[in-house]
Design a protein around this ligand. Structure first.
Ligand code: NAD
Length: 486
């Protein structure tokens, strides 16, 4: 059983309070580790170490050396690829094939991509006329924001954490990470990689624990934190925003979604079905960008639904290290209860259950896991809670539409605005509809294709700000103008 400690100022430490909590494998329900829970003391120590590191070797390090160090961190993850893979799969239960292609390689790549990107971003300069005719030169410089708190979720633990830590460090900040209490392991392993790469002490710190009255709250209310970058539920974002009000701490938020797919009659049917199967069911539906509302043009509705049903029923639920598995469990018993409560609610609200709707029979060790069936509903109204609220499970509601205008209006009838998918072979329609859909990212004939140079974030209740590419600099640096009278 693995003992998971905090990583503060380059060292692995336990909590003064002696408080711990179990780390559970959601595929079996069995305990795989014991995690130390940070109190205010550990959080303050981590923030203090991060502040001190800003003034030390890290703060003085030439940019080229900083970037080389981040490349070494990425190489360090890749050198221990199988260890990271197993840790991520045991914490989440996700299929090994998925983590092998997405979580671990992209988690490592985040360090290289942002290191390469940040060093080439220009700033502006302006000459100003002055009455004495000599003028003044304005130039903008970027400096690190300072200590960044990174609060990350459990669905793509390494990937979503390094998506924040990579640019934060590339910009010269130091970080204190609070990974999700459900998935503490890969963030902790990263501490070892940082030390092996020669990262100065205090640049990367990790504290474990929960949100309210635990590490999360202690971190978000710490006055010495300069910025908080958070990925998680909209409700949690709201709590963090309240907690930061007194300190006016800067925030960048990537929050929840209730993402639509619009499937037009002129789509490539096979691509649309395959894409929607992925967007609704990948990672057991626990992807913020996943599709929970599918709108299909009426003339192809029956065929699309039949194919989607067949695809869902062909999913193989199983152990992470079984190469045939393409769906794992939900993250926890608590989340399983939440998703199953929506499965019940859907029936109460009058849904037709096209497939799924319950708990699958799993045998052996897996019988104790947090499994649910991939589920498709039809027949709900657009005001029903199942169609309005983010469920974050392997489920979607499918509904026909008759006109492009109706499709767009129903897609937009949500408090969220994170992602959307459009399936059509008509390029004019694709542009027209993409322009009208209120979402931070709109995919046409694809899903989850991510170019890290592009802006990423949510409209409406799905977030505050954009990260990715040069946009990450907006949050991770302070832009300062220097006005020099000549
Ligand atoms: P969550 O909000 O429950 O937890 C996220 C993190 O916040 C965890 O580390 C948790 O411990 C911490 N936390 C909880 N309460 C806190 C508080 N009061 N103060 C400080 N920290 C607190 O989210 P989750 O269940 O881990 O993740 C799933 C959610 O994340 C879904 O809503 C999903 O849509 C969203 N998500 C969004 C994106 C995106 O890019 N927009 C990406 C992935 C997940």
């Amino acid at each position: 059983m693995r003992e998971i400690k905090h990583f503060i100022d380059g060292e692995f430490v336990t909590s003064r309070s002696g408080k711990t909590f179990p780390n559970i494998n959601p595929a079996t329900g069995g305990q795989i580790g014991i995690v130390h829970e940070a109190g205010r003391d550990e959080v303050d120590a981590a923030v203090g170490a991060a502040r001190a590191a800003l003034k030390g070797e890290w703060g003085r390090m030439p940019v080229a050396d900083r970037m080389a160090l981040l490349h070494k961190v990425a190489d360090g993850i890749n050198a221990r690829f199988d260890e990271f893979l197993e840790a991520e799969c045991l914490d989440t239960g996700k299929p090994g094939g998925l983590a092998r292609h997405i979580d671990i390689p992209r988690g490592a790549a985040n360090f290289k991509i942002f290191a390469d990107l940040v060093k080439n971003v220009p700033t502006e300069s302006f000459m100003l006329d002055t009455p004495d005719g000599k003028g003044a030169l304005n130039y903008a410089v970027r400096q690190p924001k300072g200590v960044i708190a990174v609060i990350s979720p459990w669905n793509l633990p390494l990937l979503l954490m390094t998506w924040k830590v990579g640019p934060a460090l590339a910009c010269g900040n130091t970080v204190v990470v609070k990974p999700s209490e459900e998935t503490p392991t890969t963030t902790t392993l990263l501490g070892e990689v940082m030390n092996d790469a020669g990262m100065p002490r205090g640049v990367f710190n990790v504290v474990h624990g929960f949100g309210p009255n635990s590490a999360g709250e202690f971190l978000t209310t710490n006055k010495k934190v300069d910025g908080i970058t958070f990925t998680g539920e909209t409700r949690t974002g709201s709590a963090i925003l309240k907690a930061t009000a007194d300190n006016i701490t800067h925030v960048s938020f990537e929050l929840g979604g209730k993402n639509p797919a619009l499937v037009f009659a002129d789509c490539d049917m096979e691509a649309a079905v395959d894409g929607t199967l992925r967007s609704a069911f990948a990672n057991c539906g626990q992807v913020c960008l996943g599709t929970e509302r599918v709108y299909v043009e009426r003339s192809i509705y029956e065929e699309f639904l039949a194919r989607l049903k067949a695809g869902a029923e062909g999913m193989k639920l199983g152990a992470w290290d079984d190469p045939d598995t393409n769906m794992g469990p939900l993250i926890s018993k608590e989340h399983q209860e939440k998703v199953l409560s929506y499965y019940e609610l859907a029936v109460e609200e009058g849904a037709t259950v096209v497939t799924g709707g319950g708990v699958p029979d799993m045998s052996g060790d897996l019988a104790g896991g947090s499994w649910v069936q991939p589920t498709i509903w039809t027949g709900l109204s657009e005001t029903d809670r199942v169609v309005k609220e983010e469920i974050f499970g392997p489920c979607c509601h499918v509904r026909p539409f008759d006109s492009e205008e109706e499709g767009v209006n129903t897609a937009n009838d949500t408090e969220y605005g994170l992602a959307a998918a459009i399936w059509t072979q008509d390029a004019t329609r694709a542009h027209r509809v993409a322009a009208q859909v209120d979402a931070g990212i709109v995919w046409v004939n694809s899903w989850f294709l991510r170019d890290l140079r592009t802006p990423f974030g949510g409209m409406k209740a799905s977030g505050i700000g954009r990260e990715g590419g040069v946009h990450s600099l907006e949050f991770y640096t302070e832009l300062k103008n220097v006005c020099l009278k000549l």
